[in-house]
Structure formats: structure tokens, C-alpha cells
Design a protein around this ligand. Structure first.
Ligand SMILES: NC(=O)c1ccc[n+]([C@@H]2O[C@H](COP(=O)([O-])OP(=O)(O)OC[C@H]3O[C@@H](n4cnc5c(N)ncnc54)[C@H](OP(=O)(O)O)[C@@H]3O)[C@@H](O)[C@H]2O)c1
Length: 397
């Protein structure tokens, strides 16, 4: 039996897969968007190379991973009956991490976060009815709390259906949680709500640069249009992944919902910029909150450009509401369960800043090694036989 994991080619999903493979013994059923098994394996290598060298990756691929080439937005993920039945019969828990984070596209959020989540729930329903499901875990977001100002939000008070949301992403993730609760009432469930996931507290490398771009841009400004004592709830990806995997694998997590956040220990703009300025040997920025409205207008105008600056501005545009809401998410539950709090962003922000700048916001991906040519006969949903040959240095058949 295996854990069905979605979103493995994404940033957080790659950490979940890596931690499950390294710290736990179960096999993984992975949904990967790809035309065929070769493309899926290459995409998987691209995503997991942040965590493993090629030989270890290949060992896992051959022994513990079954790939299902599919799309959340296709009925039964686009799998044929045989593969879909195999997925149902071999899945004993679900960890749904995939999502559209495209806050500017309502269509994409509706399709992936609603229709896609419904597809995953239907898979879970079938698996549960057939042989019982150990757990369904949904990776959601604190954005489900809707529009807020100067608040400290607990897990149970976050969803308020009368409240407006900042964007289609928040709205569809909120409804995604609702679907899970309503349609899987008899399945043990866990909902995880990370806050802003930014960097790894143990090392500077990252493959996710969207928010990092905005952070580096803001970190370079001499004047910031923020209130200096507003707090930003940032959490490192290693803490998020550890919490999700630990609680997903736990026989009885204490709660159904967990904020994966920094909570009351969230740092203020003043604290973060002071730490960054000191590490860089630069002056601290000035704060001028009255500039927020003109700053927004400039960012909005710049976001229409089709160059690097335009791209950074468009990232900043969608993140701005979450930077100025001065709202933090109580993390007492997760800290008690893990017996540790997340590392503060100030303790690792400079190494992330430097890494992102030095690498020009690109992870230096390694291609699939030449020696490891993939067998054209590898079937999409079978444990990869080829991997054994490759890791042993033999040419694949
Ligand atoms: N990053 C954050 O700061 C943050 C904060 C709070 C919550 N979250 C939640 O954490 C989860 C993961 O976020 P992330 O930052 O890791 O996102 P990400 O890097 O953009 O990864 C998204 C993943 O979803 C997959 N996906 C998207 N559309 C799909 C489809 N139609 N069919 C199959 N797979 C599809 C992507 O596959 P492809 O590679 O094929 O596109 C990718 O593997 C999401 O549920 C998000 O809501 C993230």
C-alpha cells in the first residue's frame, strides 16, 4: 500500500516526498503531469534533486515510487480504468498538496483547486469504501481566513463565510477545505494551513523564487511603504514539511486543523529589515506607511511590463495584501505536537537573499545523467524497473 501524493513537482510537495522517502518506509503513488513515464521521471528528478543525488533518487524511484501520469482537472486524472483501479486499490492514505497558486487566474484556481480537489476526494472516497483510508490530508493555506487587519487568528476562527477574500486562490482553497470536510466525514482528516512559506532554515538553496523575488526587491529599497511594527507571518519550508509529514503519519493527531506558521513569534518589518541590513553591512531602510497607496499604484503599473521588473512587480502585486494585513496565525497546536517552533525568518533571510541574487533567481538544475537513458517501454504506472539498471551503472534495457 502507498501514500497518494499530489504536487510532488512543486516546491512544498518535493519536500514532502523527500521526507517521506527518507524518514518513513511507505511507498508513494505520485501524480505527475507528463505525457509519458519518461517525461514524468525527468520531471521528478528535476523536483527531487534539491534533496537527493541521482543514485539515491534512482534507488527510491525503483523501490518505492509508482508514477501515475495524470492531471487533476481530467476525470479520474485522465487515467485508464486499469491504472485508476490500481491507484484506488494501492492507496491507503492521501496527501493532497497540488494547487494552482495563480492568484490572478480565477479559471485556473477553480479548475485545479475545486475540480481537482473534488477528483482527489472521489479517489479517496473509492479507496475508503474499498478497503478503508488511514488519513486524508489537505494542504490548504492561511489565506482562507479572508480579508483581515491587525489580527491574531486561531484555526477554529479562520473560516468566516461572510468575509471577503483577497483573491480567487484564497476563495477556492477555502471551498476546497469545505469539500474535504463535507464529502469525507467518515475519513480521518487533517487540514494544514501554512502561512507565507519562504526558504529553508537549514540551507540557502531553493527552487521557488516567486516570493523570494518580491522579498529581494523589497530588501533593496531604501524606503519601505509599510508600518514598521506590522508583523509578517513567514515560516520555513523545512518546518512546514516536517509538520505535515509527522502529523500525516501520526496515528492520532490531536486536532483536525493546524496552522503551520510563526504565530505570535512572527517578526516585524523593523526586525526583519534590521537583521538583513546588519548581515549585508547596509543602512536600515526608512519606513513611510503613507506611501502604501502610491506604491501599490506603481507596482500595478509595472506589473504590466513584460520584462524581469514586470514579473517581479506582478509577484509583489499579488503578495502585497498578505504583507500589509498585519495578521498572524496562532501556531500553538503545531508547536505542541512537534515540540519545537519554526526558525525565525531573520535567522536565515540573509543566506536566502544572497543565494537568490547570486543565482539570478534560478536554481542550477542538473539534467538527467547521460548514462541513465530511460527505457522507452517503461509503463506509466509501474515501479520503474529501469532504475535498478541505471543505479547499478548498467545501460537500461
Ligand atoms: N508556497 C507558499 O507560500 C504556500 C503557502 C501556503 C499554502 N501553500 C499551499 O501549499 C501547496 C503547495 O504549494 P507550492 O508552493 O509547493 O506550489 P507549487 O510549487 O506551485 O506546486 C504546485 C504543484 O501542484 C501541481 N499542479 C498544479 N496544477 C495541477 C494539475 N492540474 N494537475 C496535477 N498537478 C497540478 C504542480 O504540478 P506541475 O509541476 O505539473 O505544474 C505542482 O506540483 C498548495 O496547496 C498551496 O496552496 C503554499
Amino acid at each position: 500500500m502507498a501514500i497518494f501524493l499530489t504536487g510532488v513537482t512543486g516546491y512544498i510537495g518535493s519536500y514532502l516526498a523527500a521526507e517521506l522517502l527518507e524518514q518513513h518506509g511507505e511507498s508513494l503513488n505520485l501524480l505527475v503531469r507528463a505525457e509519458d513515464s519518461q517525461e514524468a521521471q525527468r520531471r521528478l528528478w528535476r523536483s527531487l534533486q534539491l534533496h537527493f543525488g541521482f543514485p539515491v533518487f534512482h534507488e527510491h524511484l525503483s523501490a518505492r515510487i509508482r508514477i501515475f501520469c495524470g492531471d487533476l482537472t481530467s476525470p479520474r486524472f485522465g487515467l485508464n480504468d486499469e491504472k485508476y483501479d490500481l491507484l484506488v486499490s494501492s492507496t491507503d492514505s492521501v496527501l493532497h498538496c497540488a494547487a494552482s497558486l495563480n492568484r490572478k487566474s480565477e479559471k485556473s484556481c477553480l479548475n485545479v483547486n475545486l475540480r481537482g480537489t473534488l477528483e482527489v476526494i472521489q479517489l479517496a472516497r473509492r479507496a475508503h469504501d474499498a478497503h478503508g483510508l488511514r488519513r486524508f490530508s489537505e494542504v490548504s493555506t492561511v489565506a482562507v481566513a479572508g480579508q483581515r487587519r491587525n489580527e491574531q487568528v486561531t484555526e477554529d476562527s479562520a473560516i468566516d463565510w461572510d468575509r471577503s477574500d483577497y483573491d480567487p486562490y484564497a476563495r477556492t482553497k477555502k471551498f476546497g477545505e469545505h469539500l474535504v470536510r463535507e464529502l469525507l466525514p467518515d475519513v480521518p482528516r487533517t487540514i494544514f494551513r501554512p502561512s507565507i512559506v519562504l526558504g529553508d532554515s537549514r540551507r540557502p538553496e531553493t527552487t521557488q523564487f516567486d516570493m523570494v523575488r518580491a522579498f529581494v526587491f523589497l530588501g533593496g529599497l531604501p524606503v519601505l511603504p509599510f508600518r514598521p511594527d506590522d508583523c509578517v507571518d513567514i515560516v520555513p519550508v523545512d518546518y512546514v514539511a516536517d509538520a505535515i509529514v509527522t502529523l500525516h503519519q501520526s496515528p492520532r493527531p490531536k486536532y483536525e486543523i493546524y496552522h503551520l506558521s510563526s504565530g505570535v513569534n512572527s517578526e516585524s518589518f523593523r526586525e526583519l529589515t534590521a537583521a538583513l541590513a546588519e548581515a549585508r553591512g547596509k543602512m536600515k531602510p526608512l519606513f513611510w506607511p503613507e506611501l502604501e497607496a502610491p506604491f501599490r499604484a506603481i507596482v500595478e503599473r509595472l506589473s504590466r511590463r513584460r520584462d524581469n521588473l514586470g514579473y517581479t512587480a506582478s509577484r509583489l502585486e499579488v503578495f502585497l495584501p498578505y504583507l500589509v494585513w498585519n495578521t498572524v496565525f496562532d501556531n500553538t497546536r503545531v508547536v505542541a505536537e512537534l515540540r519545537r517552533a519554526p526558525a525565525p525568518f531573520s535567522s536565515y533571510c540573509f543566506s536566502l537573499f544572497r543565494y537568490a541574487k547570486e543565482n539570478r533567481f534560478r536554481y542550477p538544475y542538473r539534467e538527467w545523467p547521460e548514462i541513465a537513458t530511460l527505457p522507452s517501454t517503461a509503463r506509466d504506472s509501474e515501479y520503474s524497473e529501469s532504475a535498478r539498471h541505471v543505479s547499478a551503472g548498467e545501460p537500461a534495457k
